[in-house]
Design a protein. Structure first.
Length: 229
């Protein structure tokens, strides 16, 4: 169900919820939105184990609001709401990114009026990030063969080796950028990148967007009146 919606509708739903999170106040409202996020997670067909495995990397950041509890007027309730905002935002972005291809994302952002330069930079980033990652891994393997240990990075010898790797990557990136730009010019690049067009909006997409807007407005009114549950 989620995957068959137009990418523009998915982007509007995800960013619409994230944008409105700071305007909600009641804990019950955030629990309702969290439940909706879990429903989207299940119907999107994403591997639940993979999601929770990735979620473990951000758990330490969720403990920060708990450390600030003494500075909140409402104590643990306020801290819990901040944690819920973070969890909901992460879950929705995960659903959007892992259920959409790179070309779909760029197409959707372009159709929604995002700045052209922003879309072009993202397009080139997606195209060459794997190449840069592979090059970084090969350089680290080469350093490890010379007894470099990433865990002992504070040692002077290892810090020098790591700085050499980073400097080499930066220089390679600058040189590659120049070569790529010259190659693009030689192939007729005139400041305009062209993207694949996807399907147009249909009645189902418009209906889902309309129902989503009505749901958020209704939820916002109930949150202001404090009658969610």
């Amino acid at each position: 169900m989620w995957g068959i919606l137009d990418i523009r509708i998915r982007i509007l739903i995800v960013f619409g919820i994230i944008f409105l999170l700071p305007f909600f106040h009641n804990l019950e409202t955030f629990l309702v939105i969290l439940g909706l996020s879990f429903v989207l997670l299940f119907i999107s067909g994403i591997n639940i184990k993979s999601f929770f495995r990735s979620f473990t990397y951000i758990v330490p950041f969720l403990l920060i609001p708990l450390l600030l509890v003494p500075f909140y007027n409402s104590g643990y309730t306020r801290a819990f709401i901040i944690i819920l905002k973070f969890v909901i935002s992460y879950m929705l972005l995960y659903i959007l990114i892992f259920n959409s291809s790179e070309s779909e994302m760029l197409y959707g952002l372009r159709k929604l009026g995002f700045p052209k330069i922003f879309i072009d930079i993202m397009s080139i980033f997606f195209r060459y990030i794997d190449l840069l990652t592979d090059k970084s891994k090969r350089k680290l393997i080469a350093q490890k063969s010379r007894l470099f240990e990433l865990r002992s990075i504070l040692k002077r010898k290892n810090s020098y080796s790591l700085s050499a790797v980073i400097t080499s990557l930066l220089m390679d990136s600058f040189n590659r950028t120049e070569r790529i730009y010259i190659a693009m010019l030689s192939r007729g690049y005139k400041g305009e990148l062209y993207y694949k067009d996807f399907k147009k909006l249909n009645g189902r997409d418009v209906t889902v967007l309309f129902m989503f807007v009505i749901f958020l407005v209704f939820l916002f009114i109930l949150d202001r009146r404090g009658v969610i549950l």
